[in-house]
Design a binder for this molecule. Structure first.
Ligand code: GCV
Length: 723
């Protein structure tokens, strides 16, 4: 009897162990990103998709090695669990291929296919049945069309009456990796660099291929492999052969490789005495170097350059300007159709009264002076990727120069990889901002899309948040930022909600009771972080160097504009940076309509208030509260909103994969702790100036100010350098 009982207990334990083990084995570790094609369990839907996709026709040139074909079959195998038959066009439910190669009867029913990257997905009636056609103008268009079609299946959309005609609004949609050759990643929070330079070119990691698939799925068509704080070694044959290996992997996915280059490379690897852009030897050196690069990578995209900024060398050392520097490289690249992306994030000299004005001051006079194949890459705001910044004034000021947006996907200032911060609303706010440059409605997106001259290229860049962490981005929700960047780069008019909705469905589940509340949480997450970090237009009050945690007290640094006090200017009278016409006059860098809006307290939005104005602690806000009370209120609201997020997420247990659920749960707990730290540290610090109490009803800070000031965070991730 006892033996039998023992046997039962042991069997039960073994059963539990097997279940746990199975759960672990099949758990989702996030590696597959939004391309995890799980089985569609809705039987009716799966049956209707199956009927349509049982037989597929691929045009000539889409043989077994074709990546669009492979992806389509992979998706169908995962979601519908069968391998389609490859048939003639008449018998197919789905026809896939380049427009020109499809049968004439089919193309007749399609609208014209946009540009070289465009595609059509259409349900037509032909051959006595409904046929779905995915047609691209080029193979690249077909690939994008296939990924869009898979998205329809992943998000469980009907395919019986499709009429999609898509093409990208911007030409160069590029990731910028701030990856160093020693595999550290400047401002990276997801492990080491995915480029294993040591093993390249011999070893092609599967991650490179999956990286290309993921990028192609969202329309990203370029990658800058290395940090803008560049190492000149990148241009030596030792590394170029490795760059070639990566370019060869990415090419079938429509992705071109670009490199960040160091301005002083002619000296460092070319052994010249100077890097003066007007020097003949220097110009020849760049020309030869570029010719050499194209021997390795015939479709090389071009250079990204950080010059005369944060200690990086540049043309100003030789009394030349940014156009001189950019045009020299442009001349070398032009014969190969390469481009120069010259960054406007510059502040090398003394910031004088306001660092926010410096890029405009240096670039505005150069408008129209850049070569045809130069595009100036401008950060979304004039300081540095803060949780909120007004749009960069250069977007309304360079009518004759193509401008490229630079967003930061990696969360340097928005919670590293521990805070759930969905960036699409930030992107959207900037893209939709009206510059008034050519009259009302000249949004930043329009500026990016407009070509100032016939040979201009258009583009957008995002600083990548990718590393060797198994889930690529550190936080499962940080993947949504990579995803949203790509989707918005393709079409800046898309809504943040639609993108969040698609991403959640593709990544986790189509269960509405999960998707709807989580779309809301994602949309709110940006404002939540603004509230507990930098409400009402505050900015740059984070920890020194690491940029981790609050640091409003930072008052000593190598340069005044690396401190926090330079920006918040809190004193016994009030707080905020007066950039109005009565202050630093930064508002004068905008069009008059925008200048007036920001200058005038009656029209300046609360969200930008302390960016543009220094106001007394008792200033009466629109809400009727004093500025002090309003500031405190925002900090507390920020923390409360993380509590709401926590409650919503806790309710998602069982709706999504357990491993993913637990990862997010733990990260939200960290975010909670850090949000409270930000709130308490900032409120206590600013209270030393306002001398006013924290209003009744708000919980008391957990510790005195000194506790927060004394906290040390050794080895916080993300510190880089040009290694
Ligand atoms: C790559 C900020 C970051 C730096 C970064 C720089 C830039 O200052 O803190 O790490 O350097 O921006 O965009 O060049």
């Amino acid at each position: 009897m006892i033996m039998r009982q023992q046997f039962r207990v042991l069997s039960l334990l073994a059963f539990v162990w097997i279940l746990t083990w199975a759960n672990r084995c099949f758990a989702d570790d996030g590696y597959k990103l939004w391309l995890n094609y799980p089985k569609i369990n809705d039987r009716a839907l799966a049956a209707s998709y199956t009927q349509q996709l049982r037989q597929i026709y691929f045009t000539d040139g889409m043989g077994k090695a074709n990546v669009a074909r492979k992806e389509l079959l992979l998706g169908v195998a995962g979601m519908l669990q069968f391998t389609p038959q490859i048939v003639k066009p008449e018998s197919a439910g789905l026809l896939v291929g380049t427009y020109q190669k499809l049968p004439a009867g089919v193309t007749k029913s399609l609208a014209t296919v946009g540009n070289d990257e465009g595609y059509v997905i259409k349900t037509i009636t032909a051959n006595n049945r409904k046929q779905v056609v995915i047609a691209g103008k080029t193979e690249k268009g077909v690939l994008y069309g296939v990924f869009n079609f898979l998205r329809l299946l992943q998000t469980q959309q009907p395919i019986s009456a499709l009429n999609i005609n898509e093409y990208p609004k911007l030409e160069r949609r590029v990731l910028n990796h701030w990856d160093n050759l020693n595999r550290t990643v400047e401002r990276g929070y997801a492990g080491a660099s995915i480029w294993n330079w040591h093993k390249l070119p011999g070893y092609i990691d599967q991650q490179y291929i999956d990286y290309a698939r993921a990028n192609a799925s969202i329309g990203i068509n370029g990658t800058v492999l290395n940090n803008v704080n560049a190492n000149a070694l990148m241009l030596t044959p030792e590394y170029l052969v490795k760059v070639k290996a990566l370019a060869d992997v990415f090419r079938p996915y429509g992705i071109r490789v670009y490199l960040s280059v160091k301005f002083s490379s002619p000296i460092e690897v070319g052994k010249l005495k100077t890097a003066d852009p007007l020097n003949i030897e220097v110009r020849q050196w760049w020309k030869d170097k570029v010719d050499e690069i194209y021997k390795y990578v015939p479709d090389f995209g071009g250079f990204l350059v950080k010059a005369n900024s944060e200690g990086q060398p540049g043309p100003q050392a030789y009394g030349r300007n940014h156009a001189d520097g950019a045009n020299m490289m442009a001349a070398a690249l032009a014969p190969h159709n390469g481009i120069v992306m010259w960054r406007a994030f510059v502040y090398d000299s003394n910031p004088l009264n306001d660092r926010a004005k410096q890029a405009y001051d240096e670039f505005k006079p150069l408008d129209g002076k850049f070569a045809d194949n130069v595009i100036v890459q401008v950060k979304n705001g004039a300081i540095d990727f803060q949780p909120r910044e007004p749009f960069h004034p250069l977007f309304g000021a360079m009518a004759k120069t193509p401008l490229m947006m630079e967003f930061q996907i990696t969360q340097e200032y928005t919670g590293f990889s521990t805070h759930l911060f969905y960036e699409a609303p930030l992107f959207k706010e900037v893209l939709d901002a009206d510059t008034y440059a050519a009259g009302k409605g000249t949004t930043v997106a329009k500026v990016l899309e407009t070509k100032p001259h016939a040979k201009a290229v258009t583009g957008i860049a995002g600083v990548a948040n990718i590393g060797t962490d198994r889930n690529w981005c550190g936080h499962p929700f940080a993947q949504s930022n990579w995803y949203a960047f790509g989707r918005m780069a393709w079409n800046p008019d898309q809504s943040s909600a639609q993108i969040a909705n698609d991403w959640l469905r593709m990544t986790f589940t189509n269960d509405k009771s999960f998707v709807q509340p989580m779309v809301q949480q994602m949309l709110a997450s940006r404002e939540n972080t603004v509230n507990y970090m930098t409400p009402l237009g505050l900015h740059h009050i984070m920890g020194i160097n690491t940029h981790y945690g609050p640091g409003p007290w930072v008052d000593k640094a190598e340069r005044p504009d690396w401190t926090a006090v330079y920006y918040h200017k809190a004193d016994s009278l009030g707080i905020g940076f007066d950039r109005s016409s009565a202050g630093s006059k930064a508002t004068a860098q905008y069009a008059p309509q925008v200048q007036q809006k920001f200058d005038n307290l009656a029209t300046c939005p609360d969200s930008n208030l302390l960016w543009f104005h220094h106001l007394s602690w008792n200033y009466k806000m629109r809400s009727g509260k004093t500025l002090w009370f309003e500031l405190v209120h925002h900090y507390y609201e920020g923390v409360d909103s993380v509590r709401r997020l926590q409650t919503v997420w806790n309710g998602m247990q069982g709706k999504v994969d357990r491993e993913q659920y637990m990862a997010v749960k733990q990260l939200i707990a960290i975010q909670m702790e850090e949000a409270i730290r930000w709130r308490d540290a900032c409120v206590l610090y600013f209270q030393t100036f306002s001398k006013q109490p924290i209003p009744a009803g708000y919980e008391k800070p957990l510790h005195p100010l000194s506790y927060y000031r004394d906290m040390q965070f050794h080895f916080a991730p993300g510190i880089g350098g040009s290694i």
